[in-house]
Design a protein around this ligand. Sequence first.
Ligand SMILES: [Zn+2]
Ligand SMILES: [Zn+2]
Length: 349
Amino acid sequence: MKCVTLLSNAQIEVQEKPIPSFKEDECLVKIAYAGICSSDIPRAFMHKAYFYPLVMGHELSGTVVEIGSDVQNFNINDKVTLFPLLPCNTCSQCVLNQYQRCSSYQYYGSRCDGGYAEYLAVKKWNLLKLPAAISLKDAALFEPSAVVVNALRKIVFTNKKVLVIGAGFMSRILLDLFKDNPKEVFIADRNVDKLTSMPKNVQEIHIGDQENIDKFLKNYRDYFDVVFELTGSKEIVPLTIQVAGANSKIILVGNVSGDVNIPEKLFSSILRKELSIKGTWNSTFYHSPSDDWHTVMEHMKNTFFPSKHVSHYINLEDVPVFLEKIHKRREFPLSPTYVKGLIKIDYNT
Ligand SMILES: [Zn+2]
Ligand SMILES: [Zn+2]
């Protein structure tokens, strides 16, 4: 089979490998689509991989083609997606079904091989069978959607002034999944080109340079009831504290890159404003209608189609060049300028 292998930092190659064998508690899944996650860029180019060689890819959908002898609830040709985290099942959080907080886990596409490949052997525990109403394109985006659902659970929006910082794919699905009825919604980004085709009721704020930021702060210091931080930028995190109003909540979603420096006076304002700062990590998956993945499934059966926000469809063979382009932020010929790639794994070429 074909797969894309990270051989060492910044060395990515399309390879030919044997189709993986599968254990009695696994299904062999023929991958249909794989989402390119922004976390794959530091993994591939900034020494963030746990080991080499690694096949990345954790946002996946596909079809069951082989079934292990200890698998009961799946059939050949079932359409599936998969929760990529393989928990230890023994730590304090695993026993509470909070597997996303497991202290010692494996992960398809980062801590073990993933789905930038034609086939992947997947534990039955991790598989989620798809109803016919959900397309394989949307199904590959269960993972980022579930991360958003987990973040949205932290807050009630009714009558709140909400700021979302970062205007990429995750923010777009976050706006799609806003539950109750916020009073005002703003979205901010440093890249003005990303602030395109937002929903009508969302006000766009450009924070590209210090002048923009000063202007923003002049009007909106201590203003918002809820601030979502999705960029993970060390410069942006302090800004969330400045624009958060008294008794407000800051939800940290973006995985931070670099050390965040919070000056004394700003830190003190966390206390004075009695802010709540809440981290959110990954998503819940415990085979119940109340977990994040089943919540996403209900949304996808209705009006939630995250694949509409995909900016680029590419073939498996093009992944090395495409990742390099994202890393170097080369101009992309297509709009919008934020990048959410979906790899179509094509078996006939
Ligand atoms: Zn991801
Ligand atoms: Zn655990």
